[in-house]
Write a protein that binds this ligand. Sequence first.
Ligand SMILES: Nc1cc(-c2cccs2)n[nH]1
Length: 251
Amino acid sequence: MRLDYLTIFPDYLAPLGLSLPGKAAAKGLVELHVHDLRGWTHDRHRTVDDTPYGGGAGMVMRPEPWGEALDELLGGPGAPGGPGSAATVVVPSPAGRPLTQALARELATRPRLVFACGRYEGIDQRVLDHARGRDDVAEVVEVSLGDYVLNGGEVAALAITEAVVRLLPGFMGNAASLEEESHEQGLLEYPVYTKPASWRGHDVPPVLLSGNHAAIAAWRHAQSLERTAERRPDLLHASHVAGEWEVVPAA
Ligand SMILES: Nc1cc(-c2cccs2)n[nH]1
């Protein structure tokens, strides 16, 4: 998978070279390329924004630099990959589709993601509309991290990258652990414990020391259900609760 990032703050994406994405890059699972949008401006001040039509506060990002940048990254002579490598343009936005594990799984199947990290009051809408009409763009997807407003898309791009890259085959050593994670089964994760068995008067739930794998699995599922019901009832569906579960003594 190739990941490109268009931003006016390239240094903000320096963490891409560290930890998770950095490890995936080192394993050859991903190619990461950060581009300064100002590289596609032609005036002395390298202007990327202007006042909004219709008035209102703040500034809007001009379409020209984005259009030229996408021309070069997507369809230009230097563009990587031939047919079948059509890019998915990911636009972090508070008005986007919520980032969920399902969306992360979907994005992890794509051959190329191009992150358009906007600032100010947003990117001129025509940039997205034009990109949607390109035959070298598979999809333009606006993605929200949640119902709050950041100053720019860079932080969101880092979060989306981490959620996606960790799902790539061959990245996480134990693929089984991916199955059990929060949201992977549609439920919140159960509580976890490690040594010592007793710490500051707090004991590990005895079932976890029992060696009874069926009872442990049942206890963990019951904990996930309980946590989800308490904290995220919106995630609970009949399918989660259906089926016979043996009653396991409370921890
Ligand atoms: N969820 C979310 C995304 C954003 C922004 C993306 C780009 C500028 S602000 N705020 N909140």
